[in-house]
Design a binder for this molecule. Structure first.
Ligand code: GLN
Length: 220
């Protein structure tokens, strides 16, 4: 049995729900998946296996979490070794310890991953675009069964620096106008983040990866 919570403050949470159920059907049709929406403090339960922090607007989501006293409880939940967390887009920003060279100190973000994130890396001209990204991690490559993934980027952030050897780069994007390949997905422990929106495509590679990681944590 899988029990997943999706932070449902704002943004693309319904799409995640649909994608998760489809990925689960191909992965473990023999088991049951329950997906709940996290809107209140009481929804952050220890028996959840995984949490998704979806895209949207990071300031709005962070203000909501602050007003409802949810930052610390969610942070504690994420830091428990038996839980898996995935942040997409705004979720990547919220999970980062440093945003645009500014230490967040756990104040307004969840401050979990040793990454430095640029909130609107691609700027105004490139508000939204689609591009193939390169998958780098071995487990991820095994899940995907291919080397590329078609990423949908919407006012997307990017990881401009990893601040610890514990952070593994999962995927990069090559652009002719940027010198180095851009880090668009990374993992630290049982927490990972993606700058793009896999829930907006019908390729369930990342949802499958999330479920497989949960299965691995459950088995360990
Ligand atoms: N760049 C946005 C922010 O600052 C995130 C955009 C997204 O989640 N699609 O919150």
């Amino acid at each position: 049995r899988f029990k997943i919570g999706i932070l449902a403050v704002q943004g693309a949470f319904l799409e995640h729900q649909v994608a998760l159920k489809k990925a689960h059907a191909s992965f473990r049709p023999d088991s049951y998946i329950e997906v709940i929406e996290i809107r209140h403090l009481c929804d952050i339960k220890p028996d959840l296996d995984g949490v998704i922090i979806p895209g949207g607007e990071s300031t709005t989501i962070s203000l909501f979490l602050q007003r409802n006293g949810m930052i610390e409880p969610l942070r504690d939940w994420i830091l428990s070794k038996t839980h898996v967390t995935w942040g997409t887009c705004a979720g990547m920003i919220l999970l980062s310890k440093i945003t645009e060279n500014m230490k967040m100190g756990g104040q307004s973000t969840l401050s979990i991953m040793d990454t430095d994130v640029s909130r609107n890396f691609f700027g105004r001209q490139m508000q939204s675009f689609e591009a193939d990204i390169s998958l780098l991690d071995e487990e991820l490559l095994a899940t995907a069964g291919k080397k590329n993934f078609h990423g949908v980027f919407i006012r997307a952030p990017a990881i401009i620096k990893t601040e610890s050897p514990e952070v593994k780069v999962l995927a990069t994007l090559h652009r002719d106008d940027v010198e180095n390949d851009i880090i668009v997905a990374a993992k630290q422990g049982n927490v990972f983040s993606t700058a793009f929106h896999p829930e907006l495509t019908d390729d369930y590679t990342w949802h499958l990866y999330f479920l497989q990681l949960i299965q691995k944590v459950k088995n360990s």
